[in-house]
Design a protein around this ligand. Structure first.
Ligand code: SR1
Ligand code: MG
Length: 421
């Protein structure tokens, strides 16, 4: 492909524009036989499945605006650069966890990558009541490996600082998170919308000073605590699964931020999947066992994260923080363990804070999730969304007092029985 100004691809132009890219051609075969479907249903980008005589490839291209809203909301193409760079790092830090990349074109904002098949988006699978073997184990390890290995606990600090500087350039994308996630839910922001029957609960939340202060504390942490490279948008729509395999996709929101952000967003999306299940059950109670399975996944994600983080702390702490030269080498291994426990406690508190805020923004802000949106009966949807809002409030505001996953699970089960409307 000759270099030209950015131009959005279409199913009609894709083969002529990418047919000469050797790495793509090698996967697909003769471009004259390619068939192209645009399948993007996310909020931002074009996504094409390209089938050729010898295989299939995904081609993702950023649009210069927010697809969900239209060209009235311009958005820089450089998010594609951050997505590409994040995928490269995630694959190095947790090999095999993300799709393989075949081609990147910065000017055209195109990433061509492995077509994951027969994988489905995890959110869809959770709505349908499907189970995935090894899901929590993979996600917990992915969090530990990418968060630990992208930080000053592991990287040479000059390299980490260069990466932090680079990823902190993802300014407009961070701005989306800073507004849509941390501020808009808590006032009558222009792009907000919610199920009308939620009005009384929404008023209570927006009058809740403790909650607003908490949301801003979490925004402070997101914007200023550049601990590690985050996925940045780690919800169940950013995970693809089969019955036995889990892969992580879509890190275009990658930035440097606090470790608890990815964990909190991920757990929030499982808790929303949990609370929304009654809205997808054919008969009352039909999803009870499934709800317990989801809670088991939540518990195992944290346990898996904690175990792998601990393993990495003990075996790969090669960065400038908590150096072995200060602890183990001085016969003070106990100090390194104490520090690890303190750090995990801080990550846990952040996780709960971010989790609660994510549970609010998916119901009150611009970008909602299908877990609730697919429930057609508005009264049922509102009742379940109210539970999510109230659990989110408890987790965020009381994050300093909730010290175990068992407490979180108990709170989720209690909330699942309540009627707040
Ligand atoms: C305008 S973008 C809305 C949301 O979609 C992305 O997936 C992120 O979650 C963002 O907050
Ligand atoms: Mg996405």
């Amino acid at each position: 492909m000759t270099q030209q100004d950015y131009e959005a691809l279409s199913p009609e132009t894709l083969a002529s524009r990418l047919g000469s890219v050797e790495s793509i051609r090698a996967r697909l075969g003769d471009p004259s036989q390619w068939t192209v479907r645009e399948v993007g249903d996310g909020n931002l980008n074009l996504v094409f499945i390209v089938d050729g005589p010898e295989g299939s490839v995904i081609v993702k291209q950023a649009l210069p605006y927010v697809r969900l809203v239209g060209d009235s909301w311009p958005l820089p193409l450089k998010r594609s650069f951050f997505e590409y760079n994040a995928l490269v790092r995630q694959d190095a830090r947790d090999p095999g966890s993300v799709p393989k990349i075949y081609h990147f074109d910065e000017v055209q904002a195109i990433v061509a990558m492995e077509f994951l098949s027969p994988h489905a988006i995890l959110r869809k699978v959770l709505i349908e009541g499907g189970r995935v073997e090894g899901l929590a184990d993979m996600l917990g390890k992915f969090c530990a490996r990418t968060l630990f290995r992208g930080s000053d606990l592991s990287m040479p600090t000059a390299k980490r600082k260069a990466d932090a500087a680079m990823f902190l350039g993802n300014v407009e994308i961070c701005d989306i998170t800073e507004n849509l996630v941390f501020s808009d839910p808590y006032f009558d922001a222009e792009m907000n919308h919610h199920t009308p029957a939620l009005d009384p609960v929404v008023k209570v939340l927006r009058d809740d000073i403790d909650l607003k202060v908490t949301a801003q504390h979490m925004k402070w942490a997101f914007a200023t605590n550049a601990e590690t490279m985050l996925h940045g948008d780690f919800h169940s729509g950013s995970v693809m699964v089969t019955e036995t395999e889990t892969k992580v996709i879509d890190p275009e929101f990658a930035t440097y931020g606090p470790m608890g952000f990815d964990l909190g967003m991920l757990i929030a999306n499982f808790l929303m999947a949990y609370l929304s299940q009654p809205g997808h059950a054919d008969t009352p109670g039909a999803r009870d066992d499934y709800q317990e399975w989801i809670l088991g996944v939540v518990a195992d994600i944290w346990a898996g994260f904690e175990a792998e983080f601990t393993h990495l702390w003990r075996t790969e702490r090669t960065g400038m923080l908590y150096q072995a030269s200060l602890f183990e080498d001085q016969g003070h291994a106990r100090g390194a363990e104490q520090a690890r426990i303190d750090r995990l406690a801080a990550i846990w508190r952040d996780t709960l804070g971010f989790c609660g805020i994510e549970m609010h923004r998916r119901i009150l802000s611009l970008a909602h999730n299908a877990d609730f949106e697919k429930i057609e009966n508005e009264a049922v949807r509102a009742r379940l969304e109210a539970r999510s809002l109230m659990l989110g409030r408890t987790l965020a505001v009381r994050r300093g007092a909730i010290t175990s996953m068992a407490q979180v699970i108990d709170l989720a089960r209690q909330t699942n029985m309540e009627d707040y409307l």
